[in-house]
Design a protein around this ligand. Structure first.
Ligand SMILES: [Zn+2]
Length: 312
């Protein structure tokens, strides 16, 4: 039997701070921050996307070797992209929620799982990492990744106030992966809210029952107490004693990363100060704020966003 590779998977809805969490974890000795690997097949490989180090993916010192060694040329990348785009983000979610559907899904995705296994094993071999951090976020992709024969999956479920995420999805942000004038995708508040409900609900449904494999982390708590939050996450993968990259308090030293896809702040390096981002409180229109609150109400309560403020 092949050795299993520890993959620390960041699950949750987009614009929840997963890129900075991925980048922070990537600074830990023995960890490799891979970015949003579910997008490898479609955007980056075929559309000349950039690695976090700034080089085109194929000429990056890490990814150039990974893609060659994993023999990606033999993998039917278009089929991988088609499966991910059409199914693994959301459409397979209902099937995955049915007990014992795993075998059915695994049989449908046999070739896909073999390719994933090959890719993650190659990343571990080329980088020498004990833990690969993948911030793809989609619960469906994470569930399938956990079925890959060489993957030992651990999940950090990152939750952010849905009103903050909705506000972020409304903003026009540059996306260097999409050329000089490229912008990041945007979603209307209603769609962001419904996806927040679906993806956070699915992440809990898949993994909450496995406390040795799953930890929930609120973005707001990560920013308020980065050291304590990261220590919890490291404990999940048996690396509680690893040295954290903090210069002091909330300042962190980020080395150049080699991430595939994600928020443009993955290109950030040097000393970065983590600070709460409450811009949505003044920037989100009242109408949108009311809509998001209504559409995510059970989740807002469940994740403690409407609880009375506790005294320190
Ligand atoms: Zn690179």
């Amino acid at each position: 039997m092949r050795d299993k590779i520890k993959v620390l998977y960041i699950a949750g809805w987009g614009r929840s701070g997963s890129t900075i969490l991925d980048n922070l974890l990537g600074q830990v000795d023995g960890f490799f921050s891979a970015g949003e690997l579910c997008y490898l097949w479609e955007h980056d490989l075929f559309e000349g996307g950039l690695c976090g180090c700034g080089a085109p993916l194929g000429s990056c010192e890490v990814w150039g070797r990974v893609l060659a060694d994993a023999d990606v040329g033999r993998i039917d990348a278009r089929e991988m992209a088609r499966l991910e785009d059409k199914g693994l983000r959301t459409r397979h979610l209902p099937l995955m929620l049915i007990p014992h559907a795993g075998k059915l899904l695994a049989s449908r995705l046999e070739g896909y799982l073999e390719n994933l296994a090959r890719l993650y094993s190659t990343i571990a071999r080329v980088t020498g990492a004990r833990v690969i951090v993948d911030s793809s976020k989609s619960p469906a992709y994470g569930r399938v990744l956990g079925m890959a024969p060489t993957v030992d999956l651990y999940v950090v479920h990152l939750v952010r106030d849905p009103r903050a995420s909705a506000y972020s999805w409304l903003k026009k942000k540059r996306q260097p992966d999409r050329g000089e004038f490229g912008l990041m995708d945007r979603h209307a508040p209603a769609k962001s809210s419904l996806m927040w409900d679906a993806w956070n609900g699915a992440a809990e449904a898949f993994w909450r029952r496995y406390p040795k494999r799953y930890v929930k982390l609120r973005y707001e708590d990560l920013v308020a107490d980065p050291r304590g939050s990261l220590t919890r996450v490291l404990g999940l993968v048996g690396e509680a004693d690893a040295r954290l990259p903090f210069v002091n308090g909330r300042e962190v030293e980020l080395r150049v990363s080699h991430t595939v896809a994600g928020n443009p702040n993955r290109f950030q390096a040097g000393t970065v100060k983590l600070r709460p981002d409450d811009e949505w409180k003044s920037g989100l229109r009242l109408r949108d704020r009311a809509l998001v609150t209504a559409l995510t109400l059970p989740g807002l309560i469940h994740h403690g966003y409407l609880a009375p403020r506790r005294r320190p």
